[in-house]
Design a protein around this ligand. Structure first.
Ligand code: NAD
Length: 394
């Protein structure tokens, strides 16, 4: 492991800062963590504010690595490292298939959000992000908010997903929900030959930001929607507002229905849950739904059509990526790109059928190929003899 180095005292990206950052204390220690297959993984520790963070930049072949900043009370640094690396690689795959022009990265702060959050902590995190010189761009994730990003932005300009009034693309959840809705329709069309949700039944696990927006769209389109959530008040509210049928947490994955849309947690598809499914389709927003890659095959063997999670839930990242277009954020452009999700899914299901592989494997192969092709193209461009030399400088 590389020796710790002190982060130099300097104002971060000063030209773009809105608010003056408090004086920088020279206490942030940055160390590289070598991880095979990752471009750069760094640890940032600042004892003065309790920061212990890791940024994993998996791959920037397709563009700067964009991925959210998660805060979580990991039991150990190893656990945090495992999570950030896995999530970072997932972002490379997601952005590759969604053609966002971005690479994959992720960041985590180790700590209990109720205890460690402070202005000083986020400013130190901003300096850690800034030290990567734009290779990594941060955004909101579990236990971080747009308010937290506003503080981070005082130390680095490499922040995305701020509010519209601040030049950002705003809350990504409605865009993720729109993409999932379109993906559910594509799955219905693929399975039943008719993509209309009218008269279909959909069970949504988790009716939070994405799940509730998805439920509303499905009900508006004529579907009968079951929903489960830890937040009972939210369930009651949706029952009153849109006629959602509240269902218990223990039953939601076994309900007999046309689609199960997991919009809460990852790793819910495994040896125990898959045999109990009573649906021909799994299509939802949650990341890393398969506990292990082999569970993709288990679903296929049971005749369940799976919409690979990082393909169907790409609406949010697609929306954020439009911030980086030359003309800045434009909702029309974002919606147009999100509307390509059904086509991407149909292509994967076609490959899956032709090559007799699960859709999850088809998605991984496609993502790997997109990145490898881009890497190859970059390499050959950098190796190409400039035309002037070839013609003898004439
Ligand atoms: P959220 O926190 O707003 O909603 C999640 C909901 O799930 C909460 O209401 C929570 O009470 C509920 N929940 C937790 N455990 C549950 C359980 N065991 N059974 C039933 N409900 C449970 O999160 P969100 O932004 O709506 O995201 C939902 C999922 O989609 C997450 O896995 C997230 O990583 C993924 N995702 C979100 C986005 C986005 O734009 N928000 C983008 C891509 C992927």
């Amino acid at each position: 492991m590389a020796a710790a180095r002190r982060y130099p005292l300097r104002p971060a990206s000063s030209g773009l800062l809105r608010d003056p950052a408090p004086p920088v204390t020279n206490t942030l220690q940055i160390t590289d963590i070598p991880v095979a297959g990752y471009e750069r993984v760094v640890r940032g520790v600042d004892a003065s504010c309790g920061l212990h963070a890791i940024i994993a930049v998996h791959d920037t072949t397709l563009g700067p690595a964009l991925g959210g900043l998660r805060m979580w009370p990991y039991a150990s640094e190893d656990e945090a490292l495992f999570d950030v690396n896995r999530l970072s690689r997932g972002m490379t795959f997601k952005s590759a298939v969604a053609q966002t022009g971005l690479g994959g990265g992720k960041a985590v702060i180790i700590g209990d959000p109720r205890k460690v959050k402070s202005e000083a902590l986020y400013l130190a995190m901003g300096r850690l992000i800034d030290s990567l010189g734009g290779k990594y761009i941060t955004a909101e994730d579990v236990n971080t908010s747009v308010g937290d990003l506003e503080i981070i932005r005082r130390a680095t300009r490499h922040v995305a997903g701020l509010e519209r009034k601040d030049g950002g693309s705003g809350n990504p959840s409605p865009y993720t929900a729109y993409g999932v809705f379109l993906g559910v329709k594509a799955a219905l069309g693929w399975t039943f030959g008719d993509d209309s949700p009218k008269g279909r039944t959909v069970a949504i696990q988790g009716v939070g930001a994405v799940g509730s927006a998805l439920a509303k769209r499905l009900v508006d389109a004529g579907a009968k929607v079951y929903g489960a959530d830890r937040n009972i008040e939210r369930l009651k509210q949706l029952e009153k507002e849109i006629g959602l049928i509240p269902t218990s947490e223990s039953e939601i994955l076994t309900v007999k229905c046309d689609v199960i849309a997991p919009c809460a947690l990852g790793a819910i598809l495994h040896d125990q849950s898959i045999p109990k499914l009573n649906t021909p389709i799994i299509a939802g927003a949650a990341n890393n739904l398969l506990l292990e890659p082999r569970h993709g095959k288990m679903l296929a063997d049971r005749g369940v059509l799976y919409a690979p999670d990082y393909v169907i839930n790409a609406g949010g990242i697609v929306n954020v990526s439009v911030e980086f277009h030359p003309g800045g954020y434009d909702e029309k452009v974002a919606l147009g790109k999100i509307e390509r999700i059904p086509q991407a899914l149909k292509e994967l299901w076609t490959i899956s059928k032709q090559e007799r592989i699960p859709p999850s494997d088809a998605a991984d192969r496609l993502a790997e190929r997109i990145v490898a092709d881009a890497r190859g193209a970059k390499k050959s461009a950098s190796c190409a003899v400039p035309p002037r030399s070839r013609s003898g400088g004439g």
